[in-house]
Design a protein around this ligand. Structure first.
Ligand code: DGT
Ligand code: CA
Ligand code: CA
Length: 573
């Protein structure tokens, strides 16, 4: 079966190559559009092909339908293969570097014959890029920074990409009789926003059988290491998975050990030593006679060390031991505490679903309310709403509220903060809305003082309720913009502005550390899924992972509150 995502990738790549080759823009757009459509299609294109219904997919004409057919039937596309050969593979790789689009890739290739990221880095270090047309010293520096990000991204994977794979693998093992217990471990269990590799732990008395299954899983692209207690594979997405098999009476100790973090483990061992105990991945032992006194359960190990259970998300040695000893560990917020979503796009700007579709889907998720927050007019490329269209949307929301029960749709906007700190939509229009979230989308390279002032000005506007994705990072593609985030947090506290934890997988912004800092300074936070379609409403879960790593309790989050409370909080500002 050819998956829609694979088809989408191929068509997106075709568009990129055509761009490098300076081909007709309409042709390029057609491929881009089909790629985007396929990614969000609720049905497999292959099924539609078999039913002879490909033409029902928006944007799929004769030529593209034929290509999908060829891919389904033969697993390859001659046109694409030929196209790929027409430019060196390395030129294609350049497109993975932030800031390099097809235009620059073409420039570097044609002017300097650069055909790999490595050659690009060398050329930049030798200052060969700065004199090219449209480049300069700053642009060259940006490319070097982009290469650093690219290298880092190659090494770490987004939690949102890794966790589903880890859960899928766990799901394959669970039904096996030989599996006594199974758990995800490592940074993924601690829910770090990026992970180096996936760690899985199994308790079993028959490791042979387990390992044999592991190396033959359908997810395996390559077996990296094979043993009785530890094996490692590479998935098709090039993510490493380490599997360890332990005896059932050591499961808790091994889980604790392989969940880490290393810093947490080191601290635990110190506590053990002071009590005349020794702790390792097999259990807890008395030093005096080497007697094993615990190992099967994590809880039991913490108890012996006179500690309450510490949630995996807190195990970073960032004060969790002190809090445990003082009995001030947070009662971490859970996904079931969430009553609504404050960051949702619709088809009115760059989303895929209508207001009503999003509202119904949110209701299915048990929410009491959502805010529709489409882009504002500065974001032309995202179909941002000008005054007129915003007023029309307000009417549409009122109609939806009349039509459907069980959920309230709040009128909102994701308003753009202009480089001078003013908003791109007049106050008199914003006043008609229930909620305003403000964000920076352009002019990201302003210097620190200016950017901080810019956000400050927005936060001082009493109409601005929430600052969306406050640091602007896109993991692996763009670093946080240069703002004084601690100052932003202080201003948020002073102005009663809520800071968003943006839950889209590659943003995860605020991150865990800033989230905790905001909590400590009395700032209220909210999680926004930033959903552009129904399915990404579920990214709320990833926002919760940040909230938990940021020590948040239920009351630190705006969207755990009932609607009437929210209304009074929004009014207060
Ligand atoms: P990652 O994969 O880079 O995102 O981070 P982790 O934390 O998953 O690290 P990983 O996969 O190397 O190892 C999993 C856990 O095993 C780690 O959190 C703690 C434990 N561990 C691994 N190697 C060592 C070690 O050399 N010393 C100690 N104390 N613990 C280790
Ligand atoms: Ca790991
Ligand atoms: Ca590992």
């Amino acid at each position: 079966m050819v998956k829609n995502a694979e088809l989408a990738d191929i068509f997106a790549n075709i568009a990129r190559i055509l761009k490098i080759k300076d081909e007709n823009v309409f042709k390029i757009r057609a491929y881009e559009r089909v790629a985007a459509t396929l990614e969000n299609l609720p049905m497999e294109a292959e099924t539609l092909y078999r039913l002879d219904k490909l033409n029902e997919i928006p944007g799929v004409g004769e030529a593209i339908a034929q290509k999908i057919g060829e891919l389904v039937e033969t697993g390859r596309l001659e046109y694409y293969e030929k196209l790929k050969k027409s430019i060196p593979e390395g030129v294609f790789e350049l497109l993975n570097v932030p800031d390099i689009g097809p235009r620059k890739a073409k420039l570097f290739y044609e002017e300097l014959n650069i055909t790999s990221v490595k050659e690009l880095e060398e050329a930049a270090l030798q200052h060969k890029l700065q004199n090219l047309p449209g480049m300069g010293v700053k642009a060259e520096k940006n490319i070097l920074r982009g290469i650093e990000l690219y290298k880092r991204r190659e090494q770490r994977t987004l939690l949102g990409a890794a966790l589903p794979i880890a859960e899928e693998i766990v799901g394959e093992f669970k039904p096996l009789g030989e599996v006594d217990r199974i758990s995800i471990a490592g940074s993924i269990r601690r829910r770090r926003d990026t992970i180096g590799d996936i760690d899985i732990l199994i308790a079993s008395k028959n490791p042979e059988k387990i390992m044999n299954k592991f190396i033959h899983l359908s997810q395996v692209k390559e077996v990296l290491a094979e043993g009785l207690t530890k094996s490692a594979i590479l998935t098709h997405q090039d993510i490493q998975v380490d599997l360890r098999v332990v005896a059932p009476d050591s499961f808790g100790a091994a889980l604790l050990y392989f969940t880490g973090s290393q810093a947490h483990n080191v601290h635990l061992r110190e506590i053990a030593v002071r009590m005349g105990l020794k702790i390792n991945e097999y259990g807890v032992f008395q030093v005096k006679d080497d007697k094993k006194i615990a190992g099967e359960e994590e809880e039991e190990i913490y108890r012996i060390l006179e500690l309450p259970y510490i949630m995996p998300e807190l195990r970073e040695d960032r004060g969790e031991f002190e809090a445990a000893q003082n009995k001030t560990l947070p009662n971490l917020v859970e996904i079931s505490d969430i009553k609504g979503d404050f960051h949702i796009h619709t088809i009115d700007s760059d989303g895929i679903n209508t207001i009503e579709e999003m509202a119904v889907a949110a209701r299915q998720r048990g929410y009491q309310y959502i805010a529709i927050t489409d882009h504002s007019q500065s974001l032309h490329i995202a179909g941002g709403l000008d005054e007129q269209r915003l007023l029309e949307q307000i009417k549409k929301i009122e109609q939806v509220n009349q039509k459907i029960d069980g959920i309230t749709v709040l009128k909102g906007i994701e308003v753009d903060i202009k480089p001078d700190g003013t908003l791109d939509t007049p106050d008199k229009v914003l006043q008609k809305l229930d909620i305003v979230i403000a964000a920076i989308h352009s002019g990201l390279r302003q210097e620190r003082k200016k950017l901080t002032e810019r956000l400050k000005k927005a936060m001082e506007n009493p109409l601005v309720d929430i600052i969306a994705h406050p640091t602007g990072r896109i993991i692996g593609y763009r670093e946080a913009y240069d703002v004084d985030i601690q100052e932003i947090i202080q201003i948020a506290a002073r102005t009663n502005t809520v800071l968003e934890i943006n839950a889209s997988l590659e943003r995860m912004d605020l991150n865990d550390i800033y989230t905790r800092s905001a909590k400590e300074q009395g700032v209220l936070l909210s999680i926004g899924s930033d959903a552009h379609q129904i399915s990404t409403l579920d990214n709320m879960y990833y926002g919760i992972t940040i909230a938990r790593r940021g020590w948040l309790e239920k009351e630190n989050l705006l969207n755990t509150l009932p609607l009437d409370k929210i209304k009074s909080i929004l009014k207060k500002k």
